[in-house]
Ligand binder design. Structure first.
Ligand SMILES: Nc1ncnc2c1ncn2[C@@H]1O[C@H](COP(=O)(O)OP(=O)(O)OP(=O)(O)O)[C@@H](O)[C@H]1O
Ligand SMILES: [Mg+2]
Length: 234
């Protein structure tokens, strides 16, 4: 039996407009992402990259047009919530936790969203998956460290593990290589690429790194509120 869901795009944006208050950031953006694709998004500061990611994540709503993720229209709160359970998200900026929390606990939080109460209910299975993801990103040896004592690069790796711990169908990463030195950037990008190849998860990655274009199936560029294939910009 063929699975129809497998043949549908993972993300479909049709003539979408979005912004904040009176300001329109994205205008008539259309995008179709197939299952298993690794997509890179670039563009200047303030061009709307994070806005696009938040739109796909369902953190903000489209003002016009249609956003469909994992076969579900993102037009109701209930739909957005259920889709979010299947998305791994690595945000552009991350705040320090206000209490001491281990690397492993911080990854476990990714299984339920940032609800500390849930952590008490974590099972052996949850912890096993958290450990597996820490292994994948090369951070298993620091599982017991207070997350606040990690370097920027180590934290980015932990964030990547956290984005994967729910076994998501779609991963959105907003500038995962920020704050990293050139070598670590390339290293992390290589890890993302290998994870993608290994797990086959659809991934959309916002990045400013020019070297990284070789890693992506497709590279897109946001300019003047629209999304263009890389190289098509003026
Ligand atoms: N919560 C908000 N309220 C009002 N305006 C916002 C908000 N978030 C973003 N903006 C504005 O929307 C525009 C696009 O912002 P966005 O964060 O999507 O850009 P970006 O491409 O991710 O930039 P960067 O490369 O700096 O991360 C900017 O002009 C920004 O000031
Ligand atoms: Mg941004």
């Amino acid at each position: 039996m063929t699975n129809i869901e497998n043949q549908q795009p993972v993300v479909t944006l049709t003539q979408v407009a979005a912004g904040y208050g009176a300001a329109l950031v994205l205008d008539t953006v259309s995008l179709s992402v197939e299952k298993g694709e690794l997509i890179g998004i670039s563009g200047r500061n303030g061009s709307g990259k994070s806005t696009l990611i938040k739109l796909i994540l369902g953190e903000i709503e489209a003002r016009q047009g249609l956003v469909e993720v994992l076969g579900t229209p993102m037009d109701t709160q209930a739909n957005r919530r259920s889709v979010q359970l299947n998305i791994g998200y690595l945000a552009q900026s991350q705040r320090d936790p206000s209490i001491a929390i281990s690397v492993e606990e911080s990854v476990l939080l990714g299984r339920w969203g940032s609800n500390f109460a849930w952590m008490k209910r974590s099972t052996g299975h949850d912890r096993k998956i958290a450990r597996e993801k820490l292994e994948l990103v090369g951070m298993a040896s620091l599982a017991r460290r207070d997350i606040r004592t990690l370097s920027g690069g180590q934290r980015q790796r932990v964030s990547l593990a956290r984005a994967l711990v729910r076994q998501p169908k779609l991963v959105l990463m907003d500038e995962p290589t920020t704050y990293l030195d050139a070598e670590t950037k390339e290293d992390l990008m290589q890890s993302i690429y290998s994870l993608h190849a290994e797990l086959g998860i659809t991934m959309i990655v916002v990045t400013h790194e020019t070297f990284s274009s070789e890693f992506f199936d497709r590279m897109l560029f946001i300019q003047d509120g629209t999304l263009l294939p890389m190289g098509a910009s003026s």
